[in-house]
Design a protein around this ligand. Structure first.
Ligand code: PXL
Length: 269
């Protein structure tokens, strides 16, 4: 099988394998592309929660991004957990050096169990600097509330927030509606003068750990292969929904989704 494209993932490790860089690598790989990584943090966690977070030094992060990309040029970048101001400033510097145009930012703030994955000062830098440098930002409702500065209780509020995030300087936004209490999930894609609502039946499951990481990596993969951002979002949402549907139900808490749903392994072993 010919590999479709090359993706650089800048993100943290989730030892439980459901979220973070593990989810990213599985997603990119199972969609047929080649995953490279720059690790920002090591987290110890299971499906019940996060036990500890260890940040990688900013010099090691810039080396991973720049040294790797110098040799194998990424077609797109996915950015996940950043953690602190030093890391976010380093990532800003390194991505401006390597000049990759297609960048998807998942503004990771809080883990499913409630653990904070970024500090407050960094959120400001993310909002006022990094957001402008990426092709698409993919906040969930709590993250969009922080970026837009108001509560989101409805589809209408999501659209208002999306427009605010565009006004701050984002080129495009996908607000993920999974946190809203309804039978339908609305994910809203906004570009300048364009708003599109993806409407899907909500799959009720507690096994949704890593959906955000998976979605943004799937978008980066489709986008790297030449699909439009809107089409990439549409296809990535489908991939995540299938992955939730076929979740393996591991662990006692919020378990992982099934990243392999796109692969048909016929061989017996
Ligand atoms: O889903 C957000 C996320 C991102 N990155 C890492 C995580 C998590 C959630 O747990 O652990 C490393």
């Amino acid at each position: 099988m010919k590999i479709k494209s090359k993706i650089l993932i800048i993100a943290g490790s989730d030892s439980s394998g459901g979220a973070g860089i593990q989810a990213d690598i599985k997603t990119v790989t199972s969609l047929g592309s080649y995953a490279m990584t720059a690790l920002t943090a090591v987290t110890s966690q299971n499906t019940m929660g996060v036990s500890s977070i260890f940040s990688v030094s900013h010099t090691e992060i810039s080396k991973q991004i720049e040294f790797t990309s110098k040799d194998i040029r990424p077609d797109a970048i996915k950015i996940g957990m950043l953690g602190n101001t030093k890391i976010i400033n380093t990532v800003l510097k390194s991505i401006s050096k390597i000049k990759v145009k297609k960048i998807i930012l998942d503004p990771v703030m809080i883990a499913k169990g409630g653990a904070k994955l970024i500090d407050k000062k960094s959120i400001n830098i993310l909002k006022h600097k990094l957001l402008k440098k990426v092709s698409l930002i993919t906040p969930n409702i709590p993250e969009a509330e922080i970026l837009a500065g108001h509560k989101i209780l409805s589809k209408r509020d999501m659209i208002i927030a999306g427009k605010k995030i565009l006004n701050i300087g984002a080129k495009s936004v996908l607000i993920k509606g999974g946190h809203l209490n309804s039978k339908i999930t609305y994910d809203i894609f906004l570009e300048k003068n364009k708003t599109f609502v993806f409407k899907n039946k909500k799959i009720n499951s507690k096994h949704t750990h890593g959906t955000g990481c998976t979605l943004s990596s799937a978008i980066a993969t489709y986008y790297s292969c030449g699909k439009s951002l809107k089409k990439s979002c549409e296809k990535a949402i489908k991939y995540v929904n299938q992955a939730i549907k076929y979740a393996p139900k591991y662990g006692k808490g919020h378990g992982p989704i099934n990243h392999l749903n796109s692969i048909n392994i016929k061989k017996k072993f």
